[in-house]
Design a protein around this ligand. Structure first.
Ligand SMILES: Cc1cc2nc3c(=O)[nH]c(=O)nc-3n(C[C@H](O)[C@H](O)[C@H](O)COP(=O)(O)OP(=O)(O)OC[C@H]3O[C@@H](n4cnc5c(N)ncnc54)[C@H](O)[C@@H]3O)c2cc1C
Length: 497
């Protein structure tokens, strides 16, 4: 039995703690804030509940496996449901009404037909050809990239090179190619290209720099569907916290780790910001950056590779709206694309940026009676913005003006809810930075997707013996699904007590 300290109680930290406690280790989680869940949280006020962070879950198999292996099926603790009307996309059309397509859940033929009727003959076929290629990419990267850990030691690097695949595989995954270039080669309609590129923009990447393998994201959505947890996705975080407690994990909130201690060349414990200390044989970080950059590994010794080498990423802004009235039939998420979506990413990554004036808006409107009082709705508008730094999101002038800008944009694009707003809450990248420690509130580790870029992520097993990493900054990356995968990979590396 090893004494294990997990630093951070985001989904990754909770998931790895539950798994390792089930494998009979003695596990303590140290979380610096007063609640668990990190980026996956909630705001509850006046009978309204907003999920902050994730708007939906893909590949639920990852969490089914987690709950099953740690005690009981996910269905026993949360109500996981496929989303009936998942996605509407609306595009500006020169001088006329916007073009709207409704994309069904987990239906390749339904998506084909939606693109054919929305964008014109041939668009659905183009998209299917691209998704076919994305399916092949998934077949190749699943085993070597997603289901294998990233190890900092030379043996790990050698193994990665060995399993990198032959020429045919490389032709398919095209690690030299960007998502934008893949889209241009397959898709003649600019709106379809915008549909593809939004997967990069949401992941915090510029589509012109994001790897082509990000095309696996729409493939996964169309193949395995998109899911919601009744009451809000944070219910899954809460269930996972409860599972940790059942498994006798000590969950210590308001406990910040300031240093990971080393003795005799390996991890020996953690120092706490309040002056306390915990012995540990193993430390697992669940941080939005590598532990070296977070300042937890002072002094000489190997730092986690990846530090400072991950390209800068953009961030997400959320406007939560408590609304009077219900609008049955509103899709779970509605994308109101920018007038010129192809130019949007350039503004996000400029050194001296301003809050975007023409961003794509994603309106999350879960059809979930548990989220609002009767006759009311809880909507969240998400948009991609420059991180804290290039824009000062703490400035009152920027914050106050921007809520109004977003509501005006909604109106201009056909969703006028101004008369229905009871109150709203704006959450900026500065708020997220304060909540999770993500530098600038930016998407952790973005831009490092794909086989060629994988080593830019924080390795799951570091060069410091006894030090491991999970979560969005670690391999295989961000989003609930991959974060859950990182926890499974690390639990397997450490093994049974
Ligand atoms: C707006 C937004 C929308 C998103 N949408 C989706 C979506 O639709 N689907 C999806 O799958 N994913 C989505 N994601 C991503 C997903 O939420 C994250 O990838 C995931 O929740 C990250 O979990 P994590 O375990 O890596 O760490 P985090 O959630 O970042 O948690 C890290 C934790 O570590 C703690 N911590 C930091 N430093 C210390 C320290 N020194 N000592 C102790 N504790 C410390 C922090 O307080 C925090 O609780 C979204 C994220 C955001 C922000």
């Amino acid at each position: 039995m090893a004494r294990i300290v997990v630093v951070g109680a985001g989904m990754g930290g909770l998931a790895v703690a539950a798994r390792l406690a089930t494998l009979r280790h003695e596990v303590t989680i140290c979380e610096r804030s007063s609640s668990t869940g990190g980026a996956s949280g909630s705001i509850v006020r006046d009978g309204f509940t907003f999920t902050t962070g994730p708007g939906l879950l893909t590949l639920p198999a990852v969490y089914r496996d987690l709950f099953l292996k740690t005690g009981a099926a996910i269905e026993d603790v949360v109500d996981l449901v496929p989303i009936a009307t998942p996605t509407r996309e609306s595009f500006a059309a020169a001088g006329g009404p916007r073009t709207v397509v409704d994309i069904p859940n987990a239906s390749r033929s339904g998506t084909h037909d939606a693109f054919e009727s929305g964008f014109g003959p041939g668009a659905g076929d183009d998209w299917q050809r691209l998704l076919h290629r994305a399916g092949e990419m998934w077949g190749i990267t699943r085993k070597t990239f997603f289901e294998a850990p990233l190890l900092a030691d030379p043996a790990g690097r050698a193994e990665r090179l060995r399993s990198a695949g032959g020429r045919a595989d490389l032709r398919t995954t095209a690690p030299w190619r960007s998502l934008r270039s893949l889209g241009r080669a397959h898709l003649s309609d600019p709106r379809l290209r915008a549909h593809l590129e939004r997967f990069a923009v949401e992941a915090g990447c510029h589509p012109g720099k994001a790897p082509a393998t990000l095309a696996t994201l729409p493939y996964l959505e169309e193949t395995f569907g998109v899911w919601w947890v009744r009451g809000g996705l944070h219910r899954m975080t809460e269930a996972l916290h409860a599972r940790c407690v059942q498994r006798k994990v000590k969950v210590r909130t308001d406990t910040e780790v300031s240093t990971i201690e080393r003795a005799g060349g390996r991890v020996s414990g953690v120092l706490l910001a309040d002056g306390g200390r915990l012995d540990a044989d193993i430390v697992i970080t669940d941080l939005p950056v590598d532990p070296g950059t977070a300042g937890l590994l002072p002094g000489p010794g190997p730092k986690a590779p990846g530090a400072g080498r991950v390209p800068a990423s953009s961030a997400t802004l959320e406007l939560h709206l408590a609304l009077r009235g219900r609008t049955p039939g509103t899709p779970h998420r509605t994308y109101l694309f920018a007038d010129d979506p192809g130019r949007e990413p350039d503004a996000l990554f400029a050194d001296r940026a301003t809050p975007p004036s023409d961003p794509t808006l994603c309106v999350l409107a879960p059809d979930d009676e548990a989220s609002a009082p009767e006759g009311h709705s809880a909507w969240t508008v998400q948009l991609r913005v420059p991180r804290q730094g290039p824009v000062d999101w703490d400035s009152a002038a920027v914050r106050d003006g921007y809520s109004a800008t977003v509501l005006d944009l909604l109106t201009r694009r056909g969703l006028d809810v101004r008369e229905r707003v009871l109150w709203s809450i704006l959450r900026t990248p500065a708020d997220l930075a304060g909540q999770t420690g993500a530098p600038g509130g930016a998407v952790p580790g973005a831009g490092a997707d794909g086989p060629r870029n994988a080593p830019r992520r924080v390795p799951n097993r570091s060069a410091v013996p006894g030090l491991f990493s999970v979560g969005a900054s670690a391999h295989p990356g961000g989003g609930l699904t991959r974060v859950g995968m990182s926890a499974a990979l690390v639990a397997e590396l450490i093994g049974r007590a």
